[in-house]
Design a binder for this molecule. Structure first.
Ligand code: KMH
Ligand code: ZN
Length: 277
């Protein structure tokens, strides 16, 4: 049994979920602060961030990101903020890359194309991944390698060998997307065992598998991602009231497994991030 410190990432907003599905999904600046603070107060070390306009429309607009990051940092001074460069399906590469201009410590780097339900395709060609990785290097941003399937891990490792992706390798194994690997113990184990020695990983489970995949990740020595981007329901009876409610539950389970929760600075140490507060 592992005895590592668990890094909790809260993916507080996402690009696809709406207030119609769960009224606590944040759109406005005030709602972003409320959701970020609920997650950080409950033990999150990283906020994975998608931006929305006040009407809920997803955007990668640099200035909207700047505004949201500014208020979250004011409310939660030490938190690691990890903007998405995935954005929403259908956005162009340049559109998606805008938050990198703000020099965040981390950003997501999606490592392959996949179906995303219905007619949606989430496009990440090899050249796009190379360009995104180069942009992140230029801005001193650590990529979190988003892998929705085993083949995405293989792509990431190919780009590591070619020198496009450098430094400490931190993966996000995303399970249960309609078009990606399934949220099952078998698929998680297969992907985890495909990671190289020394890499760290977190696990995101979409919908009902969030909790199970999070718990399995902790047992395998990994970290966890919770939040509205991946799951809106606290259990089969009701919606979660906040992102913080998800964070509090997984923090409690971690403690019952004798695992400590990493503070933001402890997470920086684990991930090899240079910034300290
Ligand atoms: N919204 C999805 C199309 C990321 O943040 O990098 C992509 C996504 C991945 O959420
Ligand atoms: Zn995302």
């Amino acid at each position: 049994m592992s005895d590592h410190k668990v890094i909790i990432t809260a993916a507080i907003s996402g690009a696809e979920v709406t207030q119609g599905m769960n009224p606590a999904v944040p759109y406005t600046i005030e709602q972003y602060v409320r959701e970020a603070k609920s997650a950080v107060d409950a033990g999150a070390a990283i906020i994975h961030l998608h931006a929305r306009w006040d009407d809920g429309k997803p955007t990668q607009d640099r200035e909207r990101f700047r505004e949201i990051i500014h208020v979250i940092q004011a409310a939660c001074p030490h938190i690691i903020i990890q903007p998405s460069t995935g954005g929403a399906t259908g956005m162009t590469a340049e559109e998606r890359l805008q938050p990198t201009e703000l020099n965040p410590e981390m950003a997501s780097l999606d490592c392959g194309t996949l179906n995303f339900g219905g007619d949606e395709i989430f496009i990440n060609t090899e050249n796009m991944i190379i360009d995104f990785a180069a942009r992140m290097r230029e801005h001193g941003i650590m990529p979190e390698l988003e892998c929705f399937d085993k083949s995405h891990i293989d792509m990431a490792l190919r780009l590591v060998r070619k020198g496009h992706i450098q430094g400490h390798l931190h993966f996000n194994i995303v399970l249960g997307v309609n078009g990606g690997a399934a949220g099952t113990p078998r698929d998680l184990l297969f992907m985890k065992e495909s990671l190289p020695e020394g890499a760290t990983f977190t696990v995101s489970g979409v919908g009902r598998c969030q909790l199970e995949m999070n718990v399995m990740s902790m047992l395998l020595g990994g970290h966890v991602r919770v939040g509205f981007e991946d799951n809106l329901r606290f259990d089969h009876t009701r919606n979660a009231v906040s992102n913080g409610e998800f964070v509090a539950r997984i923090a409690r389970i971690a403690k019952e497994l004798n695992l400590e929760i990493a503070s933001p600075d402890e997470a920086r140490q684990v991930l090899g991030l240079a910034r300290r507060y």
